[in-house]
Design a binder for this molecule. Sequence first.
Ligand code: SF4
Length: 356
Amino acid sequence: MISSVSSRWHALAARAIAGEPATRDDARAVLNAPAVELLTILDAAYQVRRHHWGHRVLLHVLDNAKAGACPEDCGFCSQSSRHGSPAGEAAMKSVDELVEGARRAVAAKARRYCMVTATRGPSQRELDTICEAATRIKAESGIELCASLGLLTEAKARRLRDSGVDRFNHNLETSERFYDQIVTTHSWADRVATVRIARAAGMQTCVGGIVGLGEHEDDLLDLAFALRDLDVDSVPVNFLDPRPGTPLADRPKIAPTDALRALCMFRFVHPRTDLRVAGGREVVLRSLGVMALWPANSLFTQGYLTTVGAGPAADHQMILDAGFSLELPDGAVVMPDPAAVASVPAPRKPTLPVVL
Ligand code: SF4
């Protein structure tokens, strides 16, 4: 006999699969579900994930093309020059270094390679470097390209698209209401405007946020539904890994079960979307990390911008152990191979610890 608990969450999944995503009340119920129902909720979220993404996992690789000395004041970020975090600045990577980074991503069987700069928006020189790297990478491999360079103008967005950048990342981080308690140097509306500029230029949009900033549950719901209103292509869900010296350094990490509830909530609100478990995966989810793949269909491998993650061999092993497969840029689906990626060299990491 199916219990009323099971039928409730599976009814939510059935509606999401039928094209009726979660309402705000549904989403709130997921965030507040008792621990005893979490496995049932994960199974229901998995039904939705499987309907749209099968057993495939998409690996993404981040490359911090220019680290540190950012003039913005995002309270969670140790790359801001305004905090007392162990600051520093790494020089912008060269085109050759970025091309090499993309080769490492291909070797790790990543679907997408994302070049990131710690800036308010890209300078002309930074844009030149990213665009030249994008053109060269596209000429030698089919890997999909993403860039995360801060605020854009229409002209800069068109240049990125014309150089081969497929997708632009610009996270909203949290709700509009809570945003000015986390960032004061630019507004939530500035970020929304850049998302729209990127889309208008013809790039896909990757827009997510961070859970655990001290937000109210309504802020998390506002974020999830704002992303739905923006009809973004990809949602990366980060969990705060408090960084020394930042204003949020003393915030406790959220519980792994709350992180899983948040991921399930995002899946029910965004049934078809490329949903990624992002920064903080290893340190927040800990032993429950593999369960993120029940709602999420993609993850970052090779670590984050300035902190190391589990690495491609461990990630391939986790995906293999759980019975999932990898989807490559050409659409081919392959089995993970921890031994084959064990020798992929680790990327050069700047010295600044950060979660993005
Ligand atoms: S999150 Fe980005 S924009 Fe904000 S301080 Fe860090 S690098 Fe700068």
